[in-house]
Write a protein that binds this ligand. Structure first.
Ligand code: GLN
Length: 204
């Protein structure tokens, strides 16, 4: 694999943008916030942060970003969503707000706030396919889970009870948990490698 440095944006409408920028830099990417549609032209891949998907969805519409984001993702731009970002990348959601839009791209149904009140926030060791060196520390905060997936979607991680908490479909990656909050950059490195590979392919 070449050592070229991909430029990866972080959707900076709402959420833990700074933490993702730091994690991407730690993973060897050139990281920059994205707030305007024009800025999408500057990036090779995009992270959609954790936060509040209903707010993010509203702001994406207000800022005129929803359609441009859908277009770039349809055109093959790699994207990674953590928690609220996973919701934003889901083709279908359950327990969303009535007017809640997603960007979509991953053929899956995701349930918002799925773990319920008893288990709103918790940590769990999660083995993620494609991430070497042992389980990652999964930080779950009012997290969604993946309720079902289409045939093109690969399950990368499950909790002990079988709940699907990380998936990949081509260049699109999503986790229910927040690796950006742990200082462990392995998931961001996996995504950076995916972006680098897509970029190299585009050049070939
Ligand atoms: N519950 C939030 C939502 O629905 C996601 C929480 C998170 O990103 N930590 O968007």
């Amino acid at each position: 694999m070449s050592s070229s440095t991909p430029t990866i944006g972080v959707l900076a409408l709402q959420g833990d943008v700074r933490e993702h920028l730091a994690a991407l830099a730690g993973a060897g990417a050139q990281a920059q916030p994205v707030r305007r549609a024009e800025e999408l032209a500057e990036i090779d891949g995009l992270v959609i942060p954790g936060g509040e998907s209903t707010t993010m969805s509203k702001l994406a519409v207000i800022f005129g970003l929803l359609e441009p984001l859908r277009e770039r993702i349809r055109g093959g731009m790699p994207a990674y969503g953590s928690c609220a970002g996973m919701i934003m990348l889901a083709d279908k959601i359950l327990d969303g707000r009535a007017d809640q839009e997603t960007i979509g791209g991953i053929d899956m149904i995701v349930r918002r706030n799925a773990f319920g009140r008893q288990n709103e926030s918790f940590e769990a060791a999660v083995e993620v396919t494609g991430v070497d060196g042992g389980p990652v520390e999964g930080v779950f905060i009012r997290a969604p889970w993946v309720e079902s997936t289409g045939s093109e979607v690969e399950t990368l991680a499950r909790l002990d009870d079988g709940t699907v908490v990380a998936v990949r479909q081509g260049g699109l990656l999503a986790t229910s948990f927040h690796p950006e909050l742990t200082g462990d950059h392995r998931v961001h490195r996996l995504f950076t490698d995916m972006v680098r590979a897509a970029k190299e392919l585009g050049r070939a």
